[in-house]
Design a binder for this molecule. Structure first.
Ligand SMILES: *Cc1c(COP(=O)(O)O)cnc(C)c1O
Length: 412
C-alpha cells in the first residue's frame, strides 16, 4: 500500500535506514565511546535476527514462559451498551508479568546472553520496566542493576519489592529531583563505565539506534498475532486500531501488523489535566523537533529547550517525547495521534472493569477511552484496542483519588 509517497510493502526494509533514521528522526546522539557500544549491539542484533537458533529460542520462550499468543477478546457488553460498533481488545494484560513490556525485555536479555554479557542495566520511573527486566534477568541468570530516583523508590514500593524478590539490584539515585530524568542520566553514566560487561536495555522505542528498531521488532509479535487472530475471528480486518503512546513500544509493535493494510490507525497520548505545558505528556500533539536521551524526535521543551516537566495519571505515559518512528508516522499522516485526559481514562478504567471483567492499566485505559469516544461517533464498524497491561498496580491509587463510581451508565 502506498501512502503519501511511502510504499508500505517495503517500509520495514527501508526504515530505519543504516544510520538509524526514520526520515529525519532517530540517529545516535551520544559520546563516541557509547556510539561504539551501540554499534556492537547493532551488529549482534543483525546477526541474531537472521539466526534460526535465536528465533527458535525466542519463539519457545514466548510460548512456554510468557504464555503467548495472548488472545483477542470481543467486548460484547461494552459494545452493546454504546451502540452498534464492535469493540475488541488484544490482551497484553495476559502476557506474563501483566504487560507488553516483557516482550522486548526477553529479547534484549536473550541478546545480552548471546553477546556474552553478564549483566543488564536500565533505569525505571514507575518501576514497570524495572520489573519486566528483572523478570528477564532472573530467567536467563543475568545480573541486573536498575537505576531509580529516591522519590520514585518511595512512591513505587510494590514494584521495588518485586524487583528485589526477583534478584535485581535497585540502585538509588539521589541527584536533582530524584526521579526518572536523573535515573536515565545515572544509568547512561553506569553504562559508559561498564559497557564491556553489560548492555543497557532501553524500556521503549526510544534512545539511540538500534533501540527504536530493535524494541519495535521485539514488540511486533503483538501486531502480527493480532492481525491473524482478528481475521480468524471475524473474517475481516478491523476498521480502526488504537493504542496508547508513552515512549511508544506497545503501539509500535501493534501498528507493525497493520501499517500496510487499509486500516485507520490511532495513537493516543495522555492529556493529563489539560493542554497547558506541564499538565500533560502529549509530546507528538504539542511538541517540536529536538534531541534528547540520544535521539532526534518530537519533544516537549521548556523555555531553555530542555525536556519539559510532564504529567499524566498514568506514570507509564509521562515521558516528554516519543520514539522517532512515531514522529515519522505522525508527519507522514499514516498514524493519527489524538489525546485522552486523566478523567476520560479513569472513566474507561471503570467501564472496562464493570462491563467486561477486565481491569486495565491506566495507561491502557487511555486507548479504551479513545475507542469508546470513536464508537459513539460511528454508526457501524469495528475497533481493535491494544490493551497494553493489567491494572492491579493502579487499583489502590485510583480508588483513593477517584473513589468507586455509583452507576455504570455514567461511565459511557
Ligand atoms: C510502560 C507502559 C506503557 C507505555 O509504554 P509504551 O512504550 O508507550 O508502550 C503502556 N502501558 C503499560 C501497561 C505500560 O506498563
Amino acid at each position: 500500500m502506498i501512502f503519501n509517497g511511502i510504499d508500505f510493502d517495503t517500509y520495514f526494509k527501508n526504515y530505519p535506514d543504516a544510520n538509524g533514521y526514520f526520515g529525519k528522526y532517530g540517529g545516535v546522539y551520544i559520546s563516541d565511546e557509547l556510539k561504539a557500544a551501540m554499534a556492537e549491539i547493532t551488529e549482534a542484533y543483525f546477526t541474531i535476527c537472521k539466526s534460526r537458533k535465536f528465533i527458535a529460542e525466542l519463539r519457545r520462550i514466548r510460548k512456554e514462559f510468557q504464555g503467548r499468543p495472548t488472545p483477542i477478546s470481543h467486548l460484547e457488553r461494552l459494545s452493546g451498551a454504546i451502540g452498534n460498533v464492535q469493540l475488541y481488545c488484544k490482551r497484553e494484560d495476559l502476557n506474563h508479568s501483566g504487560a507488553h513490556k516483557l516482550n522486548h525485555c526477553m529479547g534484549e536479555a536473550l541478546l545480552a546472553k548471546y553477546m556474552g554479557k553478564k549483566k543488564i542495566i536500565a533505569e525505571t520511573g514507575a518501576g514497570q520496566h524495572g520489573v519486566a527486566l528483572a523478570t528477564a534477568a532472573a530467567y536467563f541468570g543475568l545480573e541486573c542493576d536498575i537505576y531509580m530516583g529516591s522519590v520514585d523508590i518511595k512512591k513505587q514500593a510494590p514494584n521495588v519489592a518485586r524487583m528485589k524478590i526477583l534478584g535485581a539490584n535497585v540502585v538509588e539515585v539521589t541527584d536533582g529531583l530524584q526521579t526518572l530524568k536523573e535515573a536515565v542520566d545515572a544509568a547512561f553514566a553506569a553504562y559508559a563505565r561498564e559497557y564491556k560487561d553489560c548492555i543497557y536495555c532501553i524500556g521503549s522505542v526510544l534512545g539511540p539506534h538500534p533501540f527504536p528498531m530493535m524494541v519495535r521488532d521485539f514488540q511486533s509479535i503483538v501486531g502480527i498475532e493480532a492481525r491473524e487472530q482478528f481475521l480468524d475471528m471475524t473474517g475481516e480486518l478491523p476498521d480502526i486500531i488504537t493504542a496508547c503512546v508513552g515512549g511508544g513500544s506497545n503501539s509500535a509493535g501493534f501498528f507493525y501488523g497493520f501499517l500496510n493494510d487499509p486500516v485507520k490507525i490511532y495513537g493516543v497520548e495522555p492529556l493529563g489535566r489539560g493542554p497547558k505545558l506541564g499538565d500533560h505528556a502529549a509530546s507528538l500533539t504539542y511538541g517540536t523537533e529536538g534531541v534528547m536521551h540520544g535521539f532526534n524526535s518530537i519533544m516537549l521543551k521548556d523555555e531553555n529547550g530542555e525536556p519539559a516537566p510532564v504529567y499524566s495519571v498514568a506514570s507509564g505515559l509521562d515521558y516528554p517525547s516519543s520514539g522517532p518512528e512515531h514522529a515519522f508516522l505522525h508527519d507522514l499522516g499514516r498514524v493519527t495521534y489524538d489525546t485522552v485526559s486523566d478523567e476520560e481514562a479513569i472513566r474507561a478504567f471503570f467501564a472496562l472493569s464493570r462491563y467486561e471483567g477486565i481491569i486495565p492499566a491506566v495507561e491502557s485505559s487511555h486507548a479504551v477511552a479513545h475507542a469508546i469516544r470513536l464508537a459513539k461517533q460511528m454508526k457501524t464498524g469495528s475497533i481493535l484496542i491494544n490493551l497494553s497491561g493489567r491494572g492491579d498496580k493502579d487499583m489502590d491509587y485510583v480508588i483513593e483519588k477517584y473513589g468507586i463510581p455509583a452507576k455504570d451508565a455514567d461511565l459511557l
